[in-house]
Design a protein around this ligand. Structure first.
Ligand code: A2P
Length: 298
């Protein structure tokens, strides 16, 4: 069997999953179908990506049994006050009766409509309490719940009141955004970390970074394989390379073992070339406890 990590629920989460952030309708159905037909068993989507329906179509088209797939989606920021309805909408769009993992996409409630604005009258901790309630009441629909984009400061606040420890915290993770503090806290609490944008997202400078290309040449693999393997080799981490390109989807599933020295060298890139690929409008949200996220209003 391919590599997987055990969640605090006892379930196995396949280490490499297909990411679908920025995968457009019209591309993503094929990507999901192709990935599932070629050995992927883990697909990640979100209501906010506006592609759940197409992801569901790709799963159906693949002919792979639902039980053989680990499927994750996320509660959108404007849906924090209507978690049960949002869950039903996601299940319907994906064409499934259950999720392997349902994440709170951001610890930040936003208003509906355009422009969507921060609304601090609703505490995201209360959203987690709704999610716990749903998880306890509907084990047939939710096999695990977790969070995304949660910093150390926010995780400490959550853990102080949670009756269900999140199974996963999905965060941006690559050599230019290593976030070692939250990775360590999650490891200590038995929370699996899922790395999104492991390549650094679109047009990433990491693909031509000289440390990355030097290691790729040594193992005769693509820079992407080095970046994906860096995450996959961490004991409590799973990783979501996004691609809509057949050859890359195939290639990205190939993991290599890196030496301690190489891991250190890669993790050190952050010190001189830090960046975050995911820049939502932080206005009104504050930094969410991430030291490198500034709020334009503050
Ligand atoms: P595409 O989807 O057009 O194939 P991340 O996973 O960090 O979010 O990065 C996704 C970006 O990296 C997308 O632009 C994707 O392009 C591209 N990408 C995915 N796999 C590879 C690869 N093996 N080599 C180079 N670029 C890749």
């Amino acid at each position: 069997a391919s590599k997987s990590v055990k969640l605090n629920t006892g379930a196995e989460m396949p280490t490499v999953g297909l990411g679908t952030w920025k995968s457009k309708p019209g591309e993503v159905e094929h990507a999901v179908e192709f990935a599932l037909r070629n050995g992927y068993t883990h697909i990640d989507t979100a209501t906010a990506y506006s592609n759940e329906k197409e992801v569901g179509a790709g799963i159906a088209a693949s002919g792979v049994k639902r039980e053989s797939i680990f499927l994750t989606t996320k509660l959108d920021n404007p849906d924090h006050k209507e978690a049960p309805e949002a869950l039903e909408r996601s299940l319907e769009a994906l064409g499934t009766s259950y999720l392997d993992l349902w994440l709170m996409h951001w610890p930040a409630y936003m208003t509906k409509g355009e422009p969507s604005r921060a609304d601090k009258s609703h505490d995201w901790i209360d959203t987690w309490k709704y999610m716990e309630k749903l998880y306890k009441a509907h084990p047939d629909k939710l096999r695990a719940i977790g969070v995304s984009n949660v910093s150390v400061e926010f995780m400490e606040r959550l853990l102080a009141v949670a009756t269900v420890i999140p199974a996963v915290n999905q965060i941006e993770l690559h050599p230019s955004c290593t976030q070692e503090d939250i990775v360590e806290l999650c490891a200590a609490k038995g929370i699996v970390v899922t790395a999104y944008s492991p390549l650094g997202s679109d047009n990433s400078p990491l693909l031509t970074n000289e440390v990355v290309t030097k290691i790729a040449a040594k193992y005769d693999v693509q820079p992407a394989n080095v970046l994906i393997s860096l995450q996959a080799n961490k004991p409590n981490v799973t990783v979501l390379p996004k691609s809509v390109t057949n050859a890359r989807i195939l290639s990205n599933a190939k993991l290599i073992d890196l030496t301690e020295e190489e891991i250190k060298e890669l993790q050190a890139i952050d010190k001189t070339a830090h960046f975050r690929a995911c820049h939502p409008d932080w206005t009104g949200w504050g930094s969410l406890g991430f030291p490198d996220c500034k709020d334009a209003d503050e």
